[in-house]
Design a protein around this ligand. Structure first.
Ligand SMILES: Nc1ncnc2c1ncn2[C@@H]1O[C@H](COP(=O)(O)OP(=O)(O)OP(=O)(O)O)[C@@H](O)[C@H]1O
Ligand SMILES: [Mg+2]
Length: 470
């Protein structure tokens, strides 16, 4: 059976195969993306049932959704619940447990707010959601999609592309997995099982899992003949930070090198690029949406749960109800920062959450190559212009940097080694391009020990090497 290596990432997915000559080949997955070997892990499902993955999913979502008029309607769900209604507070169970007056119980039907004009939904960072035992799936235009099915749409595209390249059927997927989908063992197992199911739904007959950072170290020894060495891999992507320490012994052939290599330790957690983007919004953009505003005679703040939706654009549409919008219009009138409240309302009403998140992510990426960036977002009366320099950015992500450092120390301690014992530190994953992370590694291990491996393909290539030895 033919096998391929798939690095299904929170943000990007890549695929590689092992070639006859011992090398690996990364497969083109998405013509619309740069680089075309990375498939953005995005799924768009249109109201007409059309399904798109990758860069086009984002394009079509923005084209169809941003600025459109949202029409929310109240619809019956067909479910009923009993509630305590018309109760005097002192009579209700809430205030007097056990003293329910049956006269105040009432059966009501549950209604839900439906965006009847919704052209399609976009799913991002699905990998992060694999562990949530209560997120089994979602209803999309009347059809229920389990999370496995949504993920399988990405893996299916990978399978089709690699089969097109090979002109043959590819039945085995060597799939990367983070060291921890979750620190909770049960959730971690649920996530892996769901990812396996997703690969099966995509048509693979056999699935083998391999730790992502270990794959990156195997990619390294498949192209280099290192002396006896202790190698650390730091792989920080969109969803997780994954670390491993490997011991390699010198040998001429790759097979011998692999046989003589040992994993001394692994560590990891869900601290990565997505979290950094949210931190930028929280610390630098929240005030554009009224985080410091007060309204009414009691000078009340905007409820945190409403502001937090700015961080979670995938659920922003839930606030687009007549009730919330009317409330925001009223608050605007009685607020000391009416323009900020209006900005919050426009963000919700005009569906600008995703494009704003993209602007923030792009600014963060640019900061890896320049000293200062401007986060600029203008849509009708929504005007954001915020300049951030590298030093400020390092401050914004101070806690995250601390968490990454803790994971590094944990890997060293588990392996029983000290920084000086490490011979090489291989970095991969988009978030490792952040200068503050590089600086942290240089300070700990010294500049000459840090080697950057290909940001988006080293894990997939390593998985392809593994596939050859199955
Ligand atoms: N130049 C850059 N500077 C800073 N961050 C970057 C840069 N390029 C990409 N990123 C960030 O890296 C992340 C994507 O990296 P990558 O493709 O390695 O993740 P992934 O493999 O999809 O995720 P994971 O391995 O966590 O599941 C995103 O958060 C992206 O914003
Ligand atoms: Mg990754």
């Amino acid at each position: 059976m033919i096998a391929c290596g798939i690095d299904y990432g929170t943000t990007n997915t890549s695929v590689a195969i092992a070639k006859e000559n011992g090398k690996t080949q990364v497969i083109e997955l998405d013509d619309a993306n740069t680089p075309s070997t990375s498939l953005p892990s995005l799924v768009y499902i249109g109201a007409d049932g059309s399904i798109l993955t990758g860069r086009k999913a984002a394009h079509v979502f923005i084209q169809n959704n941003v600025g459109r008029e949202v029409i929310m309607q109240s619809e019956e769900t067909g479910m009923e619940i009993s509630i305590i209604s018309r109760a005097e507070p002192e009579k209700s169970e809430f205030y007097n447990p056990g003293l329910i007056d049956p006269d105040v119980m009432e059966t009501i039907s549950i209604k839900t707010q439906v965006d009847v004009n919704l052209p399609g939904r976009l799913f991002q960072s699905l990998k992060t959601k694999l562990k949530f035992t209560d997120f089994k799936g979602t209803d999309v235009f009347g059809k229920h999609y389990q999370i496995e099915e949504l993920v399988s749409l990405i893996l299916k595209r990978c399978k089709e592309k690699v089969e097109e390249y090979m002109s043959d059927t590819v039945d085995v997927a060597v799939l990367g997995r983070p060291v921890f989908f979750s620190q909770n063992q049960f959730e971690d197992q649920v996530a892996e099982r769901r990812l396996r199911n997703a690969a099966m739904i995509a048509g693979f007959k056999e699935v083998v899992f391999f730790y992502e950072p270990v794959s990156a170290s195997i990619e390294y020894i498949s192209t280099t003949t290192p002396n006896d060495q202790l190698v650390m891999v730091v792989d920080i992507g969109g969803g997780t930070c994954d670390i491993c320490i490997m011991k390699f012994q010198r040998a001429e052939t790759l097979e011998e090198r692999l046989k003589r290599s040992t994993v001394l330790s692994v560590s990891g957690d869900t601290v990565a690029g997505d979290m950094i983007d949210k931190e930028i919004i929280r610390k630098r953009l929240f005030h554009y949406f009224g985080s410091t505003a007060r309204y009414g005679s009691k000078r009340l703040p905007i409820p945190r749960n409403i502001l937090n939706v700015v961080l979670d654009w995938q659920n922003l549409y839930r606030l687009n109800t007549e009730e919330t919008i009317n409330w925001l219009v009223a608050v605007e009138t009685f607020s000391d920062q009416p323009e900020a409240i209006r900005a919050l309302r426009l963000l919700i009403q005009k569906n600008c959450g995703y494009p704003l998140a993209l602007v923030v992510e792009n600014a963060k990426k640019e900061l890896s190559f320049q000293e200062q960036v401007k986060i600029q977002f203008c849509y009708e009366e929504l005007n954001i212009e915020e300049t951030i320099n590298r030093e400020e950015f390092s401050k914004i992500i101070e806690d995250i940097l601390g968490q990454i450092q803790t994971l590094i120390v944990e890997a060293e301690q588990k392996a029983g080694v000290k920084p000086d014992d490490i011979s090489l530190v291989l970095t991969t994953g988009g978030t490792c391009l952040i200068p503050a992370i590089q600086k942290m590694l240089i300070e700990r291990y010294g500049l000459q020990k840090i080697i950057s491996r290909d940001t988006f393909t080293s894990v997939a290539r390593g998985l392809a090497v593994v596939s050859r030895y199955l």
